[in-house]
Structure formats: structure tokens, C-alpha cells
Design a protein around this ligand. Sequence first.
Ligand code: MG
Length: 220
Amino acid sequence: MVNLPLKNGEVELIPTKIVAVGRNYRAHAEEMQSAVPKEPVLFLKPPSAIIGPDSDILLPPQTRRVEHEVELAVIIGKRAKNVSEEEAMKHVFGYTILLDLTARDLQAEAKKRGLPWSVSKGFDTFAPVGPRIVPADELAPESVSISLKVNGELRQRGNTRDMIFTVPFLISYISRIMTLEPGDIIATGTPAGVGEIKDGDVIEAKIEKIGVLREKVRRI
Ligand code: MG
């Protein structure tokens, strides 16, 4: 699907699924006027939505409003099925950044009608990843800063310490529902400050110790 740098080489990222977590930061749940969840809110993004760094995010004709959500992405390294929270971190290969792009108008309509989010979250190019993979032992996911700029202007800023559900909890919880395979990605939710992206914008998503993921936006 996409090659990302890892140390002195490259890794081909071929997930069987992207499991995304909704409302995992209190301030974001509040800005969406959504309840703070008691259990993780999960949805899937298709692997076909993945693009690498320095690519084009394509805004499709079916939506009038696409929004950015910067997220810490966990890449699974070892099959995880029914793993405990204590064992969970042994199944992590590494970390990168994922942009969970969302057609907010379509999502709002789906929420109103009680329909799934698949359309609003699933367009091609709606899951940029990169700029590189950081090995599991080089990043502590419980406390890294996370931010996003649009055309140089700061829009989102947070820290993973504010996650409602931690990375080991999420791995354990998800693994009791669906087996996580090597290469699978968990997108762990976005901090507050989500907003619209437009044709011609330049997006820079940043996570401490990972780097900056840069993409351009183009309407098609
Ligand atoms: Mg999200």
C-alpha cells in the first residue's frame, strides 16, 4: 500500500484493517457535543484510503466539508487475539501519524439518521500516514505531544496523556472483538481543534519523536 521509512530501511505497510477510535479525548468529545464514552467508540477505515507522505488529499464531489483529525497510529507487529492489557504492548511494532479525514457533513447526516460512518470516513486518500515508523521501544505512547497546522496556522494541539482509553487498553479491548494482524493500524483518536480543509491547503501533522507528516489538499 505504502512504504514508510524505518531506521535505515523502509517497511511496506499492508494493513488488513484500520481500526479507528472515536472521541478518545474529552475536549474533542465536548467540541463535537458528544457524550464522553464509557467504552471505546470504534469504526473501520478501509486500507484503500491510505496515502503516504507528501501526497495529495483529494476532496471528492460527494462532500462539501472535509475536516482534519490528527491521531497517533499504533502499528501491530504480532497477531493479537484476546490479549490482556498487561500483554498488549508486546504486540506493537511501532508508531506513526494518521490523519483521520472525515466528511463532516456526511457524518453529521449519518449520525442524525442512525447510519454507519463508513462513507464519511472511507473515501480514497482519507487516511494519510507517515512520515516514518518509530519502533515500539523508542516512543512512550502515554505521553507525546500531538499537533496540526493548516497553512502554517496551529489548529490542533494536545498530548496523548489526555486519552480517555490508553493504548494497551485499546489493543486488549479491540483484540477481544477482532484479531489484530501484523500491519494493522489503530488510530487512537484526535485532540480538540478539528476543522475544515480546503482546496490548496497544506496540512502539517506533527507528533513528538515521529516528525511531521505533510500533505496537500486538492478538490476533484
Ligand atoms: Mg478520528
